[in-house]
Design a protein around this ligand. Structure first.
Ligand SMILES: Cc1cc2nc3c(=O)[nH]c(=O)nc-3n(C[C@H](O)[C@H](O)[C@H](O)COP(=O)(O)OP(=O)(O)OC[C@H]3O[C@@H](n4cnc5c(N)ncnc54)[C@H](O)[C@@H]3O)c2cc1C
Length: 385
């Protein structure tokens, strides 16, 4: 009845299913354990009519034309240049730290001198990772690095990861840049914004294809068994492609132990006032137990009375009921544990692992959509994985 099975209906699974159905002429079954589609990008209106992101604020940003064109088939866009400020002892300063921040933090003469130094060292318009700036021999540049490290990076990162920065993978550390420009935007990508009506309608349209069947509220384990040399679907061998986008440890009942993750507790609050903080995102980089406050109406452009915010409290994922694994903790030990699980698919040429959970890796939305589209191309073309 089905040519392909996609497990999970997040960005990865939805893009894969659409492409296989539309360009690969396959009949695709999408199995989703939650009661809704869209994975962690899922959004919905709360009890007050405010469009919220249930699993944390998601800002779409990309420079990948292929991804933007693909997604634009299913949505129009509300574009904006995303900006973030940090609350440092009550003062709001733009992040990433840039030349505007420099002039807010240091008195005029010093700021002007440091601006010249940064431009001559790194060039105007560049973005320098914090750890690289720290290695600079020049005392005044180090001074900036130390300010950024202490007031923007250190406490925030410790809260987020429950670790010291030295313990954190450079892949993560490298994501905290200092920008040698007056551009206050958080991302540099050409396209930044939100699907105009929200993420859920965008994914609904993506999955609305005559050859796609979506089964929600269904854990794939109820229907599929991954044996060492074959896949069973409802007890019978399934020879089509199976694309799995869920967690590998959970699929095998954590036989080798749990893959470690950071999780987040999202505390939503609604206020009758029309504005809470007057902007979309404030990071709390030196105080509070939460990492940031997001006020949704400034992200979605929604015109609504009252306002809803969310505070994010990081904690170590334990696998307890209701907890969600969000950020893979990337280190050697965890990677080799992951490999033990992924090796279970060695002799299953028709099973593909795709997505932030199945690959135990952080992906932005655009990166995972791109990966799904390219993997689908390979499958359709019959290229071996
Ligand atoms: C807090 C947070 C904020 C983020 N913000 C941004 C942002 O601003 N911009 C950006 O570009 N990216 C952001 N991301 C990244 C973004 O969330 C991911 O790129 C995206 O969710 C990856 O999609 P996915 O399909 O791989 O995974 P998911 O969205 O997690 O989808 C996986 C799906 O598989 C289902 N599933 C799992 N196991 C099973 C099973 N056994 N049976 C059936 N179904 C199953 C799950 O229920 C889920 O629906 C953020 C991530 C986090 C954690």
């Amino acid at each position: 009845m089905y040519d392909s099975i996609v497990i999970g209906s997040g960005a990865a699974g939805s893009a894969m299913a659409r492409k296989l159905a539309e360009e690969g002429n396959r009949r695709v079954l999408v199995i989703e354990k939650r009661s809704h589609i869209g994975g962690n990008c899922y959004d919905r209106k709360d009890d007050y009519g405010v469009l919220i992101h249930e699993y944390g604020p998601h800002i779409f940003h990309t420079g990948k034309e292929e991804v933007f064109q693909f997604l634009s088939k299913f949505t129009e866009w509300y574009f904006f240049g995303h900006q973030v400020v940090a609350n440092v002892h009550g003062k709001l300063i733009p992040v990433p730290f840039n030349l505007n921040t420099l002039h807010m933090v240091y008195e005029k003469d010093k700021a002007e001198r440091l601006e010249k130094l940064l431009i001559s060292e790194y060039g105007e318009g560049s973005r320098i990772p914090i750890m690289e700036l720290r290695k600079n021999d020049n005392e005044e540049v180090k001074d900036i690095a130390d300010y950024v490290y202490e007031n923007i990076f250190l406490h925030y990162t410790m809260k987020q990861w429950g670790q010291t920065p030295e313990e954190i993978s450079p892949e993560v550390t490298g994501r905290v840049p200092v920008s040698i420009s007056y551009d206050n935007r958080y991302f540099e990508d050409k396209y930044q914004g939100m699907p105009k009506e929200g993420y859920t309608p965008m994914f609904e349209k993506m999955l609305a294809h005559p050859s796609i069947t979506v089964l929600t509220d269904t854990d794939c384990k109820e229907k599929i068994k991954f044996l060492p040399d074959k896949v069973l679907f409802e007890g019978e061998e399934f020879l089509g492609e199976v694309i799995y986008t869920g967690a590998l440890d959970e699929l095998f009942d954590c036989a080798y132990g749990r893959l470690p993750y950071r999780s987040l507790d999202f505390k939503f609050e609604h206020y009758k006032e029309d504005s809470f903080q007057g902007r979309s995102v404030v990071n709390y980089t030196v105080s509070e137990d939460f990492t940031r406050i997001t006020e949704f109406k400034y992200l979605t452009g929604q015109d609504v009375s009252g306002t809803t915010i969310v505070k994010e409290y990081p904690f170590a994922y334990t696998g307890a009921k209701g907890e969600i694994p969000y950020y893979a903790i990337l280190n050697e030990e965890n990677r080799s544990l992951y490999k033990k699980y992924s090796d279970r698919f060695k002799n299953l040429p028709n099973v593909y692992l795709l997505g932030r959970l199945a690959e135990y890796k952080y992906y932005n939305i655009d990166a995972i959509v791109e990966r799904a589209l390219h993997m689908a191309d390979d499958i359709i073309a019959g290229r071996k994985k």
